[in-house]
Design a protein around this ligand. Structure first.
Ligand code: AMP
Ligand code: ZN
Length: 436
């Protein structure tokens, strides 16, 4: 199987040849932990989990190193902790654990390493020192800035010149910058926000620097694949390249850059004000994690995805049919066309289309490679029991209880239970889950 991947750096599909087949290395930018992750954040988690699984299949489980970081130092985190009147450590510990539980429920394997930025401050300071010493960065008013004009190919990932960036980007204009596009490597911290002693005074790292330091520590100067959402291409990934290559004497950073497209909901950008903003956690209340996963994989990772209730229902039906067919299979195998589609830049919609033509054994093998636990009972709820009808039944039961008709409310509860749906009464109302 020849794996071909679309490389954002070259804008074309290339045959993937790892630097070291005994240690294939991938870095994906992880979440900034201050709140529940939304379903858009689930997209890179699922897409790069599929790639992780495919690489493990091709090179062996022990020969793939996957790093997905946790950004636990950020101004959004500081603001939220102050708002909730809790410590930053409590906030980031809680939300990082929520993220891990959410993506696990979506069928994602834990990465090989899940470093937290605050554990790599020493490496970040060392990297900034190297950049200053080699003339790529300068200190000014407690800040250290990267000098974009010191790198002749700055902009090569997003393919913009510095002048074009200036015209298009919203960048902070600050008196201490030589060039408006120069970006922060290190910035001063007041006494009431997190800070670490450094040669430039007490401060904290810029966001871009975190990924450069963590990938250097865990994967080395040059590694195979770097991923993230398309929104990270500029400035985040452009700046990671600039920092890392300049700190490493010009050695290349990641060989292949991969970016997932954006997710929108019912045709619109997801936003709190439009009321179409969904956390992974909320969706898991209504849909099995595997249904969310399949729904994500029915669109090619580089395309935008329109997340709709209609397609979720379809995904549930498809998965149910496959689980019925494949669930009892003792000897799963992998179909050639399925594998070829997957190896063609992770063409999951094509791979899934191939499964529709396949024997139950090949369906079982394919689903399992894609991270579905075919034997699982978790999607056993019947189609007539979609989230909407369950919520209707819950509303009817709540009404019966309010009218003190406990016979009726018990009947509704037992009827749902017989269909594998367990109700849980809590302070915020009744929720349900699929019986395991
Ligand atoms: P953040 O915590 O905002 O840095 O995002 C974490 C990851 O989710 C990054 O790889 C983002 O590119 C990705 N991401 C954020 N919003 C969306 C979206 N609506 N669709 C797809 N990916 C997204
Ligand atoms: Zn990053």
């Amino acid at each position: 199987m020849v794996l071909r991947l679309h490389n954002t750096l070259t804008r074309d599909k290339v045959d993937f040849a790892p630097l070291d087949p005994k240690n294939v290395r991938m870095y994906v930018c992880g979440p900034t932990v201050y709140d529940y992750a939304h379903i858009g954040n689930a997209r890179p988690a699922i897409v790069f989990d599929v790639l992780f699984r495919l690489l493990r299949h091709s090179y062996g489980d022990a020969h793939v190193t996957f790093v997905r970081n946790i950004t636990d130092v950020d101004d959004k985190i500081n603001a939220r902790a102050a708002e909730e009147k809790i410590s930053i450590a409590d906030l980031t510990t809680r939300t990082a654990a929520q993220y891990q539980a959410d993506v696990q429920a979506l069928g994602c394997l834990p990465p090989t390493h899940e470093p937290r930025a605050t554990h790599y401050i020493g490496q970040m300071i060392a990297m900034v020192e190297r950049l200053v010493a080699s003339g790529h960065a300068y200190a000014a008013q407690g800040h250290v800035l990267f000098d974009v004009e010191s790198k002749s190919d700055y902009g090569k990932l997003s393919r913009r010149s510095i002048n074009e960036m200036l015209a298009g980007a919203r960048v902070e204009v600050a008196p201490y910058k030589k060039n408006t596009m120069d970006f922060v490597l290190w910035k001063p911290s007041d006494a009431d926000i997190p800070g670490w002693e450094s040669p430039w005074g007490r401060g904290r790292p810029g966001w871009h620097l975190e990924c450069s330091a963590m990938s250097e520590s865990l994967l080395g100067e040059t590694f195979d694949i770097h991923g993230g959402g398309i929104d990270l291409q500029f400035p985040h990934h452009e700046n990671e390249i600039a920092q890392s290559e300049c700190a490493h004497g010009g050695h290349p950073f990641a060989k292949v850059w991969m970016h997932n497209g954006f997710l929108q909901v019912e045709g619109e950008k997801m936003s709190k004000s439009l009321g179409n903003f969904f956390t992974i956690r909320e969706l898991l209340d209504d849909w099995p994690g595997e249904v969310l996963r399949l729904n994500m994989l029915r669109t090619h990772y580089r395309q935008p995805i329109d997340w709709t209730a209609h397609s979720l229902k379809e995904s549930w039906k498809i998965l149910e049919r496959w689980y019925d067919d494949a669930g009892a299979m003792a000897s799963p195998r992998l179909g050639e066309k399925f594998l070829a589609a997957l190896a063609d830049d992770l063409n999951t919609p094509q791979a899934l289309a191939e499964l529709h033509q396949e024997t139950p054994e090949a369906v079982a093998g394919g689903l399992s490679l894609l991270g579905f636990s075919v034997m699982s009972e978790s999607i056993a709820a019947k189609p007539e029991l979609d989230a909407t009808s369950i919520n209707h039944a819950i509303a009817a039961r709540t009404a019966a209880r309010a009218a003190k008709d406990f016979k009726e409310s018990d009947r509704i509860r037992d009827e749902l239970l017989a269909k594998g749906i367990v109700l849980k009464d809590g302070a915020g109302g009744t929720t349900w889950e699929v019986k395991r």
